[in-house]
Design a protein around this ligand. Sequence first.
Ligand code: ADP
Ligand code: MG
Length: 450
Amino acid sequence: MEVWEKSLSWIQGKLNSQVYEAWFSPVELDEFAGERLALRVPNKFFKEWLSNNYVDLIQEAVWTETGVKPQVKFVVSEDSAVDLANLKTSPPTVSARPQAATGSSITWGEVKLNRKYTFKNFVVGSSNQLPHAASLAVTDMIGTKYNPLFVYGGVGLGKTHLVHAIGNEIRKKRPELRICYISSEQFMNEFVWALRNDKMDLFHRHFRRETDVLLMDDIQFIAGKDRTQDEFFHTFNALHSQNKQIVLTSDKYPQEIPDLEERLRSRFQWGLIADIQPPEFETRLAIVKKKADDEGILLPDEVAFFLAKSIKSNVRELEGSLINLAAHASLDGRRVVDIDFARETLKKVIAISSAPLTVESVQETVCKHFNISLVDLKSPKRQRSIAFPRQVAMYLCRKGLNASFPELGQRFGGKDHTTVLAACRKIEKQIIQDVDTRSRIEALERLLGF
Ligand code: ADP
Ligand code: MG
């Protein structure tokens, strides 16, 4: 059908070609009727990965083409499905992620925890020890120990997993408590909905009085949204003064969230700030093994090792590569993912992560880490949220590539060599004086494979 083909090419434009090929080329349209879109996929790995990661994108694509935001369903093709019964069956824990939920704008009171994300299946290593321990502590000392608990770290490192784990654990220990999991974007949408529909009294009742545990994901999204910030400020105060637990996640440290009111920034630091770093090799290996086990994928040690060694950026990509391998292996009728097959299938992905270091790759990695654009990175802008990443990028280029100051000046949008020199000196100094800068630089260096 035309709509689906157009949506597909829209999606293709949004993803890098490797990812598109790996996940979307085998997807076929089953049915598109009313607001329901059924897509046919070859096996359960595709179904799981797509429904966990790409529903929003698919909805946006179809919405762009038709103005309809469909409910997306995946149907596993029976004829092409290799008999997965041969493999160990995975536990019946797969449930839709909250982000995948669609429909009405009013969801208050509904607990939208993903049962799949628990402490039990969260692998702990030195990169995430503190946030893990703090999250566990919160479930025993609700509202009293760390309030708020602020978890920050780059994408795909387990922040959402941890907050859901907190929710699931509290639900087990204290079933009478009312838990609200929401992203700050949803919070904003519901706030706007309530304003428009004259339902602010309900909104306040729900968030300020009928919530015992507020788990708010991706708080950085409220940057620059003044009215939402104001509303959240009052929500925060109301809950905090009643000793209700608040947990926040963010991809940035409070000081680095741009356009955030000072009074919120300071409140975010009232409790504990715990950061998640990219996992080191041993943790990556443990994660791959655990995930394979949970999914019933037969994975020889050699392949687990290969994956953990090759994919360093984040856990989501690691998981994605594993599931993709399993998906393609079962398309191919293989029971076990062997090393040659793994090398062959992941060739392109691995080529990317072990690509030689260049000024561009450093810039790109830094931009991604701080969530700013390359244009800003190279611009003359001087606000801290941009200047700091720029200085970090310059420092990393100097350290990793030993590029000259004048050359770097040029590669960063035509700056004077003294600017680069000053940036490098400044970061060198900060690494010694400031734990946070040090751990960030170390994380970036790990990402870049220094
Ligand atoms: P974030 O919210 O930080 O972007 P997520 O919590 O969505 O990241 O994590 C991405 C994926 O990686 C999820 O499927 C999650 O289960 C998995 N993951 C991340 N960290 C771990 C870990 N330490 N142990 C097991 N799985 C993890
Ligand atoms: Mg998340």
